[in-house]
Design a protein around this ligand. Structure first.
Ligand SMILES: Cc1cc2nc3c(=O)[nH]c(=O)nc-3n(C[C@H](O)[C@H](O)[C@H](O)COP(=O)(O)O)c2cc1C
Length: 324
């Protein structure tokens, strides 16, 4: 089979195996819509608190709203146990998701100290119980996101995966680092290969250090995972999905011009403005600018100017100094 292929997650048929990973503070509905238009086949929401959903908290619920044109809404939930997960179901179902993902990988102390995120890997049985509840109560395909373990002395991804699959998980995504490694040093794709070897019939999604289209191709080639999930590599570069597909389908490297980068940056800003208002959108967009313009001559000046910009017009004026 070609490395680029459709993937079925439960009853959800996806035409390709290039996904956008969940990223708190980044994979909002505007960015997901953009990535889906630019060739992602599935885009996960930011992590959404089960507790917040259960309390009907408005900002929490806002994270679970479908993006424009998003055929398959994949909401990532996080919480410490099956009781909290069960209480979140009624609210999350109001958003009519197609896939529920469960976060067992977040390393942030605020999350792990409650027993959620990667802390769940310390008690794999809990992962199984939560997956059972989510499957039963939502009736939807459930995917699970893990790391390789809490630290290098406790790499129990196989046990966590077994718990998730025995409880009915339809796919498993692994970020190939331990919790203690956070985002450095480099990820270990060999553990993804090991995971796939142990669960050859299951859908395994790979994550970790996918910064270029070539990285995506290499992970598919070297680990045998069914799909790859781009995270930091997609920030300021939603083109990475099409670029990867082009390589995988023999259409060669796809160069992105500065003009395309600028147009896409502005489109994201305008869509954010429609979503959250101009002032907030301009502030929110600042963290994306450097990623869009990485390596573009003159980008240092643009970054300096946009870090105080509060109108779309200021962004347009700043971007005009680029030669594109
Ligand atoms: C800013 C940021 C926010 C993230 N938020 C989440 C999240 O909400 N849920 C999750 O499962 N993983 C989250 N991740 C992890 C990514 O989904 C991904 O697994 C990780 O970044 C490894 O991929 P990369 O090395 O290609 O960036 C986040 C990563 C970053 C950089």
């Amino acid at each position: 089979m070609s490395l680029f292929h459709p993937v079925k997650i439960g009853n959800v048929q996806l035409e390709g195996n290039l996904f956008l990973a969940p990223m708190a503070g980044y994979t909002d509905r505007v960015f997901r819509a953009l990535c889906l238009e630019e060739g992602a086949y599935l885009a996960y929401t930011e992590m959404v608190s089960c507790e917040g959903l259960a309390r009907d908290n408005e900002p929490t619920k806002d994270l679970a709203v479908r993006a424009k044109g998003e055929k398959n809404l994949a909401v990532q939930l996080f919480g410490p146990d099956e009781e909290v997960a069960a209480r979140s179901v009624e609210t999350v179902m109001k958003f009519n998701p197609q896939i529920i993902d469960f976060n067992c990988g977040c390393p942030v102390p605020k999350v792990t100290k409650t027993g959620a995120g990667s802390a769940l890997m310390k008690t794999p049985g809990t992962i199984g119980r939560i997956v059972s509840v989510l499957k039963r109560e939502t009736g939807l395909p459930v995917t699970v996101k893990i790391r390789t373990g809490w630290d290098t002395k406790s790499m129990n991804y196989l046990e966590c995966a077994a718990q998730a699959f025995n409880a009915g998980a339809d796919a498993l995504c692994m970020h190939a680092r331990t919790k203690s490694q956070l985002y450095m040093p480099t990820a270990h794709p060999e553990y993804l290969a090991d995971l796939k070897k142990h669960f050859p019939e299951k859908v395994i999604i790979g994550s970790g250090d996918l910064f270029t289209a070539e990285d995506g191709v290499a992970m598919l080639e070297q680990t045998g995972v069914d799909a790859v999930s781009f995270a930091r590599g997609a920030i300021g570069n939603p083109f990475i999905f099409r670029q990867t597909e082009a390589l995988l389908t023999g259409k060669g490297p796809l160069e992105i011009t500065t003009s395309q980068k600028v147009q896409t940056l502005l489109r994201q800003l305008e869509d954010l403005t429609a979503f959250m208002g101009e002032n907030r959108a301009c502030r929110e967009m600042r963290k994306h600018v450097g990623f869009y313009l990485k390596g573009v001559p003159g980008s240092v000046h643009v970054k300096r100017m946009t870090c105080t910009a509060v109108t779309v017009q200021e962004y347009r004026t700043s971007l005009k100094i680029l030669d594109y």
